[in-house]
Design a protein around this ligand. Structure first.
Ligand code: FES
Length: 139
């Protein structure tokens, strides 16, 4: 039996929202120094919503699957809703991940948060409380 759920395999084999948004309103790049994987997220914001989101992940299959699922979970959502996205929600939406792959989902949550921080910085809008002092996880 595979270690990975059908949903993980599906999002790994057919990742959604792969690519770059040229005129992105926010870009977040995070990496995990232990495994060396890197994730980059692009968001386009309109009327306080995530109008579009794309990602590029240089990383393991779980990093690709979690990036893909994370983008699906925030696409079309309000900024406030997107802010609430947790790595746990991403893992649940994928029907689970092996314990030593949980950090891949943390990278996805952090990449989205980093893109949102960039958006608030660039737009000059007040940073939501939960993003103030945001630092990506180190492991
Ligand atoms: Fe590090 Fe997957 S092994 S992100």
């Amino acid at each position: 039996m595979s270690l990975y759920t059908d949903k993980v395999m599906d999002h790994f084999e057919n990742p959604r929202n792969v690519g770059v948004i040229e005129d992105a309103d926010g870009i977040g790049e995070v990496g995990n120094p232990l495994c060396g994987d890197i994730m980059k997220m692009y968001i386009k914001v309109e009327d306080d919503r995530i109008k579009d989101v794309k990602f590029k992940t240089f990383g393991c299959g779980s990093a690709i699957a979690t990036s893909s699922m994370a983008t699906e979970l925030i696409k079309g959502k309000s900024l406030d809703e997107a802010l609430e996205l947790t790595n746990k929600a991403v893992v649940e939406a994928l029907d689970g991940l092996p314990a030593r792959k949980i950090h891949c989902s943390v990278l996805a949550e952090d990449a989205i948060k980093a893109a949102m921080v960039d958006y608030y910085n660039k737009s000059g809008r007040p940073m939501p409380e939960s993003l103030v002092g945001f630092e990506p996880h180190e492991d």
